[in-house]
Design a protein around this ligand. Structure first.
Ligand code: PMP
Length: 426
């Protein structure tokens, strides 16, 4: 495929935008080459500036669970836009989306809308600190909770792809309140809690991790965290920015059969517009301003276009819960297809999958945490990524990312993708 125009646009962008992109992973640094500039998209397909058609496996990193330019979402946004784009005053649609989200997700009474997953996680931690009166939090190496200061400590996703999991600019004062544990290591967490008895406000976790590739928690680990938090008066925060409204109506809580104390959302809840949210029981949420003293705000929070997109998206999922099953089946089909091809090639690999989250790691060790994920062979990954891209398959441009399937993908698209892998010399 030819990417001349994309390369030219990238050069222009670099003159006025740092690195030419507004979010680092887009720059293709981990895999080399110039990023592709999108012109438009429909269903499962991207159409780039050079006229290439690509099968999309990232769906805007998750939000577009029903495919690009999904009619009910587009229609809702267009109709809303004609009536004004922002008021900074309450609108009825915010209550509609809040009621729908609260009805779909177990264990929450109230939800506050923000503009991104970063804001959701940052605000959830502030609320947890305000509610418990404690300062420290525990996060897991390789988990990514957005780019606010407290979380850029051994962070996953782009932060690790670009070699800055601990970003310059985060003060030591902030860093000291973020304690680090390893995913799937309950004993490590218990030791940390013991060493910081009475000082920990919250444990924040991606309940199925997607930012060091896809990593599934063991039952013992995730249920053990719940038990530990309950015993010690620590709030358990599930960062469901990826898992929320993707693993099922009730997200990871439903899929794992357990409750968290505060939930963070992003991606699907905004249907492709900038929306994040955090939610909890009424008693905890009552600590938020203006009801309580924990401050949190946003000029564009609850923006009517964003609410219209979110409401259209969640309404579709609420009315058609079979979508989750369909997506999980397609992901399983891809998994089995990749497995057959890679077995035939005799190459060391692991495929991790949970529902419609999946990732391929070129290592012979099981990938259960950040350290095992980091052992993946990046040279093989690069060949894999570019080999697939040359055949019109757009995969995440880093091994530290999960794929996000969308339901517009057909089995024929999946067969094309599996055949593309088969043709590669890895
Ligand atoms: N939490 C998780 C689990 C995420 O995957 C992401 C983004 N990929 C975020 C938080 C941050 O969301 P945003 O990029 O919308 O700020």
């Amino acid at each position: 495929m030819i990417y001349q125009r994309s390369s030219a646009l990238f050069k222009e962008a670099q003159k006025v935008i740092p690195g030419g992109v507004n979010s680092p992973v887009r720059a293709f640094k981990a895999v080399g080459g110039d990023p592709i500039f999108v012109k438009e998209a429909k269903g499962a397909y991207l159409f780039d500036e050079d006229g290439n058609q690509l099968i999309d496996f990232i769906a805007s990193w998750g939000p577009l669970i029903l495919g690009h330019a999904y009619e009910p979402v587009i229609n809702a946004v267009v109709a809303k836009a004609k009536k004004g784009t922002s008021f900074g005053m309450p609108t009825e649609i915010e209550t509609h989306l809040a009621k729908l989200a609260v009805s779909m997700v177990p264990n929450i009474d109230k939800i506050r809308f923000v503009n991104s997953g970063t804001e959701a996680c940052m605000s959830a931690v502030r609320l947890a600190r305000g509610y418990t009166g404690k300062d420290k939090i525990i996060k897991f190496a390789g988990c990514y909770h957005g780019h606010s200061d407290s979380f850029l400590i051994q962070a996953g996703s782009g932060a690790v792809t670009f070699g800055s999991p601990n970003s310059p600019g985060v003060t030591q004062g902030t860093a000291k309140d973020t304690l680090l544990a390893n995913y799937n290591d309950l004993v490590g967490v218990e030791e940390l809690v013991k060493a910081n008895e009475g000082e920990i406000a919250a444990i924040i976790i991606e309940p199925v991790a997607g930012n060091m590739g896809c990593i599934v928690p063991t039952d013992e680990f995730i249920q053990g965290l719940r038990k530990l938090c309950t015993e010690k008066g620590i709030l358990l925060i599930f960062d469901e920015v990826m898992t929320g409204f993707r693993l099922g109506k009730g997200g990871a809580q439903e899929a794992l059969g357990m409750d968290a104390d505060i939930l963070c959302f992003g991606k699907v809840i905004g249907g492709g517009l900038p929306v994040g949210a955090f939610a909890s029981r009424a008693e905890i949420m009552s600590h938020l301003a203006p009801e309580g003293p924990v401050y949190q705000a946003g000029t564009l929070s609850g923006n009517p276009l964003a609410m219209a997109a979110g409401l259209a998206m969640l309404t579709e999922l609420d009315n058609h819960p079979e979508v989750f099953e369909s997506l999980a089946k397609k992901t399983e089909y891809l998994h089995e297809g990749f497995q057959k091809v890679l077995d035939k090639k005799g190459i060391a690999y692991q495929i991790n999958r949970f529902g419609s989250m999946i990732s391929v790691h070129f290592t012979d060790e099981p990938v259960v945490d950040f350290n095992s994920s980091a052992k993946g062979n990046n040279e093989t990954f690069k060949k894999f990524f570019h080999g697939m891209l040359d055949q019109g398959i757009y995969l995440p441009p880093s091994a530290f990312e999960s794929y996000f399937l969308n339901d517009a993908l057909s089995y024929e698209d999946l067969d094309t993708t599996i055949a593309a892998l088969d043709s590669l010399d890895l």
